[in-house]
Design a protein around this ligand. Structure first.
Ligand SMILES: CCCCC/C=C/C(=O)SCCNC(=O)CCNC(=O)[C@H](O)C(C)(C)COP(=O)(O)OP(=O)(O)OC[C@H]1O[C@@H](n2cnc3c(N)ncnc32)[C@H](O)[C@@H]1OP(=O)(O)O
Ligand code: NDP
Length: 270
């Protein structure tokens, strides 16, 4: 549940959110709308995007839908140019679309590797490149990349996603330095395990796997999409986070720190 933001921090501004038809992307779109902004949600399937747009419109702003596969650079450029053509500006881009599944690295097919790396790394670059052409010309903009902590610590079974997210992290820091003097900020947000349409079935399909994931989170519960969205709003807001660029904000209940080995009561973990 997302309530109208008393800050109204995005009034008169426009955000493009990839993968905005579900999970974390939908929550970020709704939080931006709750802050008074206009939103465009992008993904492959129209129906879930339209549902997000209907929910966002209840906050009183404009909400549009673009069907597009982020792996197609020409379609991405047309989509971004269309947003600016229709809504007149682009203040924020959230690279949230992702694909993921668990596979042993030695059994992962080249096409399976390509599917995930193309969506996560290449797709994020295509969207960033197209959005930055408008943002740099305007001298303002904020780009937020949704990653995962295995971008820096790695994780067995997700070599494609970890490598792609690691690439997005390197891209973030590079572009933050490259564009820092031109008004465009680039940051990452790193959610902990979050029960969404895509993640649950792909990553913790059984009760046993789900319990194992929960056991890895010091806070003892899943992240909620709304928690991620609230921190995303902070990073996107130039008034509050205008001097933050090239950084990663973890919203994970301490998961990436909580590599407990001595899980017994004497260690404070059981
Ligand atoms: C624990 C905390 C950290 C959690 C971090 C979470 C990160 C997340 O990203 S959660 C978000 C998860 N959401 C999704 O994955 C939703 C979107 N997913 C997809 O679109 C698909 O899963 C996709 C990534 C496979 C892309 O779909 P599509 O382009 O339609 O690809 P294909 O179905 O044609 O498959 C391409 C290629 O990949 C192989 N493959 C697909 N699934 C699997 C699998 N489960 N295991 C092994 N290989 C798989 C598929 O076989 C194809 O390869 P070839 O057969 O060689 O052609
Ligand atoms: N859930 C979790 O536990 C965690 C998630 N994350 C990250 O958070 C982000 C959101 O995850 P979550 O909400 O769980 O994911 P979901 O699977 O629920 O949503 C992913 C979205 O991306 C869209 N998408 C996928 N492929 C493409 C594509 N090729 N082109 C355009 N859109 C695409 C999907 O829509 P459609 O299929 O219609 O295209 C869908 O709306 C991702 O970047 C993920 O890696 C990070 C850490 C943990």
């Amino acid at each position: 549940m997302i309530d109208r933001s008393p800050l109204a921090e995005f009034t008169g501004q426009v955000a493009l959110i990839t993968g905005g038809g579900s999970g974390i992307g939908r929550a970020i779109a709704l939080r931006y709308a709750a802050g008074g902004g206009d939103v465009v949600v992008l993904g492959r399937r129209r129906e879930p995007l339209e549902e997000t747009a209907r929910m966002a419109e209840k906050f009183g702003g404009r909400a549009e839908v673009v069907t597009c596969d982020v792996r197609d650079p020409e379609a991405v450029t047309a989509a971004v140019n269309g947003v600016v053509g229709d809504l007149g500006r682009l203040d924020a881009l959230v690279n949230n679309a992702a694909g993921n599944f668990i596979s042993k690295a030695e059994e992962l097919s080249p096409n399976g590797w390509r599917a995930v790396v193309d969506i996560v790394l290449n797709g994020s670059f295509y969207c960033t490149r197209a959005a930055a052409q408008h943002m740099l010309a305007a001298g303002r903009g904020s780009i937020l990349n949704v990653i995962a902590s295995y971008a820096w610590h790695g994780h067995p079974g997700t070599v494609h996603s970890a490598a792609a997210k690691g690439g997005v992290l390197a891209m973030t820091r590079t572009l933050a330095a490259e564009w820092g003097g031109r008004g465009v900020r680039v940051n990452c947000i790193s959610p902990g395990p979050t029960e969404t349409e895509g993640a649950g079935a792909a990553l913790w399909p059984t009760d046993e796997a789900r319990d194992r994931v929960l056991g890895s989170v010091p806070a003892g519960r899943f992240t909620t999409p709304e928690e991620v969205a609230e921190s995303a709003a902070f990073l996107l807001d130039a008034r509050r986070a205008g001097y933050v660029t090239g950084d990663v904000l973890s919203v994970d209940g301490g998961q990436w720190l909580g590599k407990a080995v001595y899980t017994d009561p004497r260690a404070g973990r059981s």
